[in-house]
Write a protein that binds this ligand. Structure first.
Ligand code: ADP
Ligand code: MG
Length: 447
């Protein structure tokens, strides 16, 4: 199908699935830029569309496209400037097989990290490490719940080091580390070269940043490789920075000797921001936007009062508020306006829009079945139970009506949803295993 036709068909469908405001805000001015090797480049008007579409609507877009063309694309959202950037960087890419990309995101710096009581310790330690990598706190271990700024601080350290010295920095998530490692274990002709590349990538650097180490849990061989890499770097006084959503002691799946190593250095934790810090962060992030001057002070307090969990939540509120302002062109942004703009967001604190699809995805992943299974008419236990759980979660954690939920589960009647809800609600009180599974799924949805 021709790109324009595909996209106009897509827009038709999406328009019916979401509210008009959401459609106008997020989809109206988008188009397919090009299609290559299973990848679809979608051009969007502003930078904030990229993140929002990816975080919130990815699955929906994927699903609709799938219905239209019968296959999945890798979706990438770009703004005009990205395309120019990409053309430049493609030229650079082939230069050297061994040229390692640091993976640093220049967006995250110490300058735009707002400090308060809950993150001061972590920030101070990070600055100290950035100034003298490998000298004082090695490794630096940062832990705290999701959305509190760990990744931001780690990039800030990396950016600082890169700017102020010739030292080589490498930022990887533990997933990337694992997938690189799997690469070296594959038997293929180029394997020697791949192993060399792995060693080169991980051992010839001055600062190694590994994000979300909790995901390394369970992958034993990878842990061993990480252990070697860790020792090699540590013994040559190279800086190692690690983050996790829990403290080293709570990383139960990691080998003891790895946890012991982590304790050699400094462990810092980040707490959720208090009200003052939430206000400070909001002000900082709202500034500079063209409608910033319209925002009344009470709006900041209103958001800070209602979004308590983490910084990502605050950012989401700003994005929505500004997107709504872009459509409504208000004379001032007061609490009334903010309440209207954020009515679906605030209150449903953790869960953001398109909840049902997210829940379905989490449940399907968890039980190793597909979203299509959940929507299908299949009634085998291995599908029926997850389906009921997904309906239960949809009813319990979202604002959606049972009619809408039924619709999203293969156009089932709302009484089926009610039945599933009651059933799981009862079972959960008696069945510890089920309760635990549901809690684990909830964590998957939040992340
Ligand atoms: P984590 O890695 O702990 O899950 P992130 O570092 O990804 O969290 O932070 C989530 C978002 O919140 C990012 O966009 C980040 O820039 C922002 N953020 C977190 N803490 C702060 C802070 N103190 N000041 C400014 N932005 C912050
Ligand atoms: Mg992170």
């Amino acid at each position: 199908m021709d790109n324009n036709l595909l996209w106009s068909n897509f827009l038709e469908v999406v328009k019916r699935k979401i509210s008009t405001v959401s459609y106008d805000t997020w989809f109206k001015d988008t188009k397919i830029l090009k299609q290559e090797e299973g990848k679809l480049l979608i051009e969007v008007p502003m930078s904030f569309h990229k993140k929002f579409l990816k975080d919130t609507y990815y699955d929906l877009i994927d699903e609709i496209l799938n219905d239209l063309v019968g296959c999945s694309y890798d979706l990438e959202f770009v703004v005009e400037e990205d395309i120019i950037e990409e053309e430049k960087s493609e030229e650079k890419l082939d230069e050297d097989y061994f040229s390692i990309n640091s993976n640093l995101n220049p967006k995250y710096t110490f300058e735009n990290f707002v400090i308060g009581d809950s993150n001061r310790f972590a920030q101070t330690a990070s600055v100290a490490v950035a100034e003298e990598p490998g000298k004082i706190y090695n490794p630096l271990f940062i832990h705290g719940k999701s959305g509190l700024g760990k990744t931001h601080l780690m990039h800030a350290i990396g950016n600082y080091v890169s700017e102020n010295s010739k030292k080589k920095v490498l930022y990887v998530t533990s997933e990337e580390f694992i997938s690189d490692f799997i690469g070296i274990n594959k038997k293929n002709e180029d394997n020697l070269e791949v192993i060399e590349h792995f060693k080169y990538k991980y051992r010839n650097i001055d600062v190694l940043i590994i994000d979300d180490i909790q995901f390394l849990g369970g992958a034993e061989k990878t842990q061993q490789e990480f252990f070697h890499t860790f020792n090699t770097l540590y013994d040559s006084n190279k800086q190692i920075i690690i983050s996790s959503d829990r403290s080293p002691d709570d990383l139960k799946l990691l080998e003891d000797r790895l946890r012991t190593r982590f304790r050699w250095g400094l462990t810092v934790d980040i707490y959720p921001p208090d009200f003052d810090l939430r206000c400070k962060i909001l002000k900082d992030k709202m500034a500079g936007h063209e409608v910033a001057s319209l925002v009344q002070n009470e709006v900041i307090e209103y958001i800070a009062t209602n979004c308590e969990n983490d910084v990502r939540h605050l950012e989401g509120a700003i994005t929505r508020l500004y997107a709504y302002a872009a459509i409504m062109s208000p004379k001032e942004i007061n609490v009334e306006f903010a309440t209207e703009a954020l009515k679906d967001y605030i209150g449903s604190s953790i869960y953001i829009t398109n909840n049902i699809v997210r829940i379905q995805k989490a449940v399907a992943d968890y039980y190793k079945i597909t979203i299509d299974d959940l929507k299908s008419k299949k009634r085998t236990a291995n599908i029926n139970k997850p389906r009921q759980i997904a309906m239960y979660l949809s009813r319990m954690t979202t604002e959606e009506t049972v009619v809408k939920i039924g619709l999203e589960f293969g156009n089932r009647d709302h009484s089926t949803v009610l039945y599933a809800y009651d059933k799981i609600n009862k079972e959960i009180k008696e069945n510890e295993t089920l309760k635990k599974e549901i809690n684990e799924i909830k964590n998957l949805i939040v992340n």
